[in-house]
Ligand binder design. Structure first.
Ligand code: ADP
Ligand code: ASP
Ligand code: MG
Length: 437
């Protein structure tokens, strides 16, 4: 193995103890060329967003940075100069999304400077690098799309030079810049994408995503105590998991890895002896995972015009596209169609509804949840279906929409948000009882 990208998430850089663990992991790794990607300390991005409306909130972020620098024995001057520049940027009049990206970028920028400073202090040749010099994006602030060709050019120019000189670049996750040099972000949780994208651009052999869980588990371990580690996942399964709520991997982080055939290894900074989860192209042994996605909205359009009509769905999806909304689950009957979406401004919902009403009777239901089962057992052991629906009936959980797809590995159910946790737990238990490994 020649080149590895190691990404450390928010909890892995949260305090002095965590960063010392990061340094130990990097120091122990014998790969000749290593690139590190870091997130903001956990909670800092949210605090910075709050500071835009409420400048006093900034003190909490600055305090986190100062504490971290102090705990690691680093000079606090770096934090002071960032804090000063940040206070100036907070005064700037910029469009809302653009300003949010500029302000949140400080979280990752401070992390990269502190982590690289500490790695140097323990004798490693580390140097901070700013993702805005490398990741070229469009100007879709808050959810920018990267340009692979331009980013590859910059990555080769900046990072290959450092790697060839034996340096360990410590790159800011999450942030990029548009062609006019304005700061953009890749979406909440986007540091994973920085890691897979740079790994793909540099032809790395593997990406390691270091987080605070043992790897990808059969459910969010915070919601299901019995969740088990999944040792191997195919790309298909991982894509479904990350799209349907498994926050452990940012959903957009997988495509660059898949295109490059690059394995992604999810590992625990706080338990490095755990083998973690390897996500790769080959078919993995059968396993299961249950994921949830909260605050989902369901739009339904019903019209007799749809019966036998050509192009109705194209018009419907055209409306969602014009609102820049990505649709997760679709369920179609002859005279009605329901689609789910989330992350949408309440103010824009009225405009969406009136556009949909141009097609037929339309309504939007809020506070629904997606509960998804991702498993090859769905295809291979179909006797599980009556058990799933039996359990739903037994618990009195009303299923509002269903979708079963992606080569029969994903069963998606839409339920009332208030029943999400319970549904997750009993479906997970059902799989655990039926498919003990
Ligand atoms: P990081 O800051 O390292 O990127 P995140 O908070 O984004 O970490 O993701 C890790 C968290 O994802 C875990 O703490 C866990 O609660 C949550 N999670 C959700 N679903 C899963 C799953 N199936 N397996 C593991 N972790 C999961
Ligand atoms: N710091 C960013 C966030 O909180 C990106 C990340 O952690 O991946 O969303
Ligand atoms: Mg994350």
């Amino acid at each position: 193995m020649n080149t590895k990208v190691l990404k450390f998430g928010g909890t892995s850089v949260s305090d002095g103890d965590a960063v010392r663990r990061v340094a130990a992991i990097v120091a122990k790794d014998e790969t000749p060329r290593k690139l590190v990607v870091v997130s903001a300390q956990s909670g800092v991005t949210t605090t910075l967003l709050r500071a835009i409306a409420e400048p006093a909130a900034l003190d909490a972020a600055v305090e986190r940075w100062c504490n971290l620098a102090r705990e690691l024995g680093l000079c606090a001057d770096v934090v002071d100069s960032f804090a000063e520049e940040l206070r100036r940027d907070l005064q700037r009049k910029l469009p809302r999304e653009q300003k949010a990206d500029l302000i949140t970028s400080y979280g990752e920028r401070v992390s990269a400077v502190i982590v690289s400073g500490y790695l140097r202090q323990v004798g490693l040749k580390a140097v901070a690098a700013d993702g805005r010099d490398i990741i070229v994006t469009d100007d879709n602030f808050g959810n920018a799309r990267y340009d692979t060709t331009a980013t590859t050019g910059r990555a080769e120019e900046i990072l290959l030079t450092l790697l060839a000189a034996g340096e360990i670049p410590v790159v800011t996750g999450f942030i990029g810049a548009d062609t006019r040099g304005r700061t953009t972000t890749l979406g909440r949780g986007g540091s994973d994408l920085t890691a897979t994208l740079l790994a793909a651009c540099l032809g790395a052999d593997v990406v390691e995503i270091w987080t605070d869980a043992d790897g990808v588990m059969s459910a969010d371990p915070r919601a299901v105590r019995e969740a088990k580690l999944i040792a191997r996942l195919s790309y298909d399964e991982a894509v479904e998991l990350s799209n349907f709520g498994a926050r452990v991997l940012f959903n957009k982080s997988l495509p660059p890895a898949i295109r490059a055939g690059l394995p992604v290894h999810v590992r625990n900074t706080f338990n490095p002896s755990s083998p973690g989860t390897v996500i790769a192209a080959d078919k993995a042994p059968a396993n299961y995972a249950v994921t949830t996605k909260s605050n989902v909205r369901v739009a339904t359009v019903a019209t007799p015009e749809m019966v036998g009509a050509v192009g109705f769905l194209a018009r419907l999806f055209g409306i969602f596209e014009s609102f820049d909304l990505s649709v997760d689950v679709v369920s179609v009957s002859e005279a009605s169609v329901s689609v789910t979406f989330n992350n949408f401004d309440d103010e824009r919902e009225a405009d969406l509804l009136s556009a949909l009403r141009g097609l037929g009777d339309a309504d939007v239901k809020r506070n629904r949840s997606i509960v998804a089962v991702i498993s090859r057992y769905l295809d291979e052991e179909q006797a599980i279906f009556p058990k799933i629906f039996g359990a739903l009936a037994e618990h009195g959980v009303d299923v509002e929409m269903i979708s079963y797809g992606n080569r029969e590995i994903n069963l998606t159910l839409i339920v009332d948000g208030a029943r999400e946790r319970e549904t997750l737990q009993f479906i997970h238990k059902l799989f655990e009882d039926n498919f003990r490994r």
